[in-house]
Design a protein around this ligand. Sequence first.
Ligand code: SAH
Length: 352
Amino acid sequence: MKKILQDLSFAELETYVLGLGEKKFRAKQLYEGLMQGKAITEITSLSKEFKARICEEYEDAPLKIKEIFYASDGTEKYLFEYADGHLVEGVLMKYKYGYTQCVSTQIGCRMGCAFCASTLNGLIRNLSAGEILAQILAVNALHKADAAGKGAEARAVTNVVLMGSGEPLDNYDEVLKFLRSVTSETGLHISARNISLSTCGIVPKMYALAEEGIPLNLTVSLHATTDEDRARVMPVAKAYKIAEILKACEYYFKKTGRRYYFEYTLIAGENCDEAHARALISLLKGKPCHVNLIRLNEVKERDLKATADKEAYRFLGLLEKGGLSATLRRQIGSDIGGACGQLRASYLEEKA
Ligand code: SAH
């Protein structure tokens, strides 16, 4: 696999273009084309010879959209294919205030959570910063007509969640580089406040992230109220205790002034009876946090069951009565395999 230009900052791109003996403004044209989601050969302002020269060293495009699935509620799900043939998926959710894209940070995942399809075949490889960015560039290009803003600022995707396949903090350096690039003024310039990073709770990296000074929304996948229960569904719980995670969240709040979030996937018979609600309340009460309850998207390779709607609302009611700020996520895109890794898993199975 060749390198990809999306991994370069604007300054690096300029150095590269000047090194090829081209004028500085060519770098700007090239960069603008890339930010519009174009392949190198699709950028019409550049000569064929120049583009051919670049393509000797760099992939024409880092990825292509292999398939698009449309849910009845407007949600779109993509299967992206990278230059080396590996697949990841992405989701676009359409809200009144804008489009939120869920991006993947790794091909596969090595965290081994019991309910998750992304981890079924382990980790294949990390995605580079440019490869992550390319997911958004491709979707922006697809939805060009819906873009708000003018010129370089025009973009359809206004919000980003790092909640697709992979553990973002297990690919820390590239994810950080991605965050710097996607928020950069010369690039897509998406506000860090509109970006959420979800982690299974890799404590040392949560501290590191707090030091970076990026005001993004930090979300931790909790899913249990004791370390013992948590370890049953999340192997990472053996390495990091809930108490340590809460401390790291407090530190994040102290450093950034941003409240933090917890994701709590409701699994029938596992984590959502009255005693669990009480335990969750005593863990989180008074903390500057919000709890997002998620309905389990049943993965056929796993035997975990979703909670009935009535039970989910009852659990939400208990948390609210106990003084927690909580919401039950609206279920979207479930008719297109909306959960992490489901689409890729079914695609790989079909091919096998
Ligand atoms: N590795 C990160 C981000 C990817 S998972 C993390 O663990 O947070 C994003 C969220 O989707 C997590 O809260 C995860 O627990 C949840 N999730 C994964 N598979 C799911 C499923 N089948 N049903 C419901 N939620 C799921």
